[in-house]
Design a protein. Structure first.
Length: 338
């Protein structure tokens, strides 16, 4: 397979590169700006510069490529400007799709989100989609528009993966893993209660590789190994890290107001918000999902959440992201005591 990874230096991208290498496939990876590339270079992965705003660079990178894995679609750091966020995200995606068509790419594997999954009675599946942008928040609406644009593509084959909240090694920017880091450090995590769907980043990567090799693939697949009430998950993590119990859940309105205030403060200070509006919206409007179709089609089996947490702990402790433990503590910290 002649494969290219867009966003290879990111969290999912790095796990995808490793999954491809395990299959004996050496992908080409694009980079732009100052994205960290040390790990990719150490893995011997060839790199090529490409900017989603620059058609020529995209076309040059895609020439001769059979399968493209798009893990780098626009991800809004803040949710304050809906119009600008949607315009930027769609413009960049259109540039990628046009370049793929011109380069005669056979298949695009696009990484989306469970934000596009509509709640249902019982567990939601691939058939539970929104007919229009859900309007819950900027993140949800952006993901809906991007996913719809990919699903409407006819010039080449597309497969859209909708992973839940991704955890595991290589979350260098500490995205979803921020809740693990905060709990491990003994910090309180303000949160609403609701459903969260957890996906091991390694499972997402392995399923992406497998759907790329299928003769025929479903156009859209949900990817998540387990469903949890957010407060219960935080309580489990607190027990795992011998940390204080989480604070009581906020109401939906309280959580949204707190996230919006945190984002406004972050925008004014030029920093990152310490309360994610995206995660708040995902929790409030989330539901249990049945992501077994991806397992049946690919033959891959989701890892237990204990394995996911162990892998993150090992990776994060080696980089001093969370506190290290000594040998006497290892027996009580090594596994999730859920």
């Amino acid at each position: 397979m002649r494969a290219l990874v867009l966003g290879g230096s990111g969290f999912l991208g790095m796990n995808l590169v490793l999954a491809l290498r395990e299959r004996g496939i050496l992908p080409l990876c694009t980079y732009r700006g100052r994205a960290p590339r040390v790990a990719l270079r150490r893995a011997g992965v060839p790199l090529v510069w490409a900017d989603f705003e620059d058609h020529d660079s995209l076309f040059a990178a895609l020439r001769g490529v059979e399968v493209v894995f798009h893990c780098g679609a626009h991800y809004p750091a803040l949710s304050l400007d809906r119009a600008a966020t949607l315009a930027l995200g769609l413009r960049q995606l259109d540039n990628v799709l046009t370049a793929c068509a011109e380069a005669k790419v056979r298949r695009l594997v696009f990484v989306s989100s469970v934000a596009t999954v509509r709640a249902a009675d019982g567990s939601s599946t691939e058939e539970h989609t929104f007919e229009a942008p859900p309007g819950f928040g900027v993140y949800h609406d952006l993901k809906w528009h991007l996913e719809r644009r990919v699903l409407d593509e006819t010039r080449f084959e597309t497969v859209t993966l909708c992973p839940g909240a991704c955890l595991g090694p290589w979350d260098v920017r500490i995205g979803t893993s921020g809740m693990l880091v905060a709990v491990a450090r003994g910090e309180a995590v303000p949160h609403p209660d609701g459903w969260v769907n957890i996906a091991d980043a390694r499972d997402v990567a392995e399923i992406a590789v497998r759907v790329a090799t299928l003769q025929a693939a479903e156009p859209r697949l949900l990817v998540a190994g387990s469903n949890h009430r957010f407060h219960d998950l935080l309580s489990t993590l607190a027990a795992r890290y011998d940390a204080p119990a989480p604070p009581p859940p906020l109401t939906a309105l309280e959580a949204i107001e707190r996230a919006e205030a945190a984002e406004r403060a972050a925008a004014a200070a030029g920093t990152r918000s310490d309360v994610s509006r995206e995660l708040v919206d995902l929790t409030i409007h989330g539901s249990p999902i049945d992501a077994s179709l991806a397992e049946r089609l690919t033959g891959h089996r989701y890892r237990p959440i204990e394995d996911t947490l162990d892998a993150f702990d090992q990776w994060a402790r080696a980089r001093n992201i969370i506190p290290r433990i000594n040998n006497s503590e290892r027996s009580t910290h090594g596994r999730c005591r859920a």
